[in-house]
Design a protein around this ligand. Structure first.
Ligand code: BIE
Ligand code: MG
Length: 217
């Protein structure tokens, strides 16, 4: 077909979702993944927990690692207060291009900045180049072996404050064992595990980990 799964998903969204309506974009993307092709969105039970975290925390500055097609970026940003913003990092240029279109379709381009670079390089420049002081919410959803590298970098850059939330997807499938050991063993976090279904797969169990930063700032 010459098209990628991500391009087919975007086409479906453009044809079936309501322009400027984040809820419609998410519902339509879920419909695509349930009826046409599976995609690795932090959806369903994972998305419900993410919604709950954002609504309770009311974060001002959010960082997402692993944009993919922008599903969770839209899911987070639709619940943000007017001046709040989300920086989302995607190293794959094809994914980043689709994500920018999905963000635009949802009408959230003023709240979401998609950066097509390596997460480590951006984290090191958040304070100097991206005008970030502290991160209220971090969502880890990129390559699973990079979770531990990047959380250590975020700590090194002193980007967390008491109450900041680090939310990690896929801690069971594909799994992030090194990250789990690190975050659960750290005195600087209070972590909670949630057993959830793998996105769009009713007979597969995954897990997400919510960690509240209680360490020194
Ligand atoms: O790694 C995969 C993966 C591995 C193999 C085949 C397809 C996807 C994956 C699966 C579910 C996720 O929620 C997710 O975030 C990812 N990911 O790539 O970051
Ligand atoms: Mg994921």
């Amino acid at each position: 077909k010459g098209t990628t799964r991500e391009q087919r998903a975007l086409k479906y969204l453009k044809e079936h979702a309501r322009q400027g309506d984040p809820d419609s974009v998410l519902e339509t993307f879920d419909e695509f993944c349930r009826t046409q092709e599976w995609a690795m969105n932090a959806a369903e039970e994972k998305g419900d927990i993410l919604d709950e975290i954002v609504r309770e925390l009311q974060p001002t500055t959010c960082l997402e690692l692993g944009t993919y097609c922008g599903y969770s970026a839209v899911r987070i940003a639709r619940n943000l207060s007017p001046s709040a913003r989300l920086i989302t990092i995607e190293v794959n240029p094809d994914y980043a291009a689709v994500a920018r279109e999905v963000v635009k379709l949802a009408g959230l381009q003023d709240k979401i900045e998609v950066i097509n670079l390596d997460s480590a390089d951006v984290i090191r420049e958040l304070k100097t180049k991206y005008d970030v002081t502290k991160l209220d919410l971090v969502f880890l959803d990129h390559w699973k072996y990079l979770y531990i590298r990047d959380i250590k970098l975020i700590e090194e850059e002193k980007l967390l404050k008491k109450g900041s939330v680090v939310f990690a997807d896929n801690v069971i499938i594909p799994g992030a064992p090194g990250y789990l050991e690190y975050i659960r063993g750290s005195k600087n976090y209070k972590s909670t595990f949630y057993s959830v279904h793998f996105e769009y797969m009713d007979d597969m169990k995954d897990g997400v980990e919510k960690s509240v930063y209680i360490g020194d700032e």
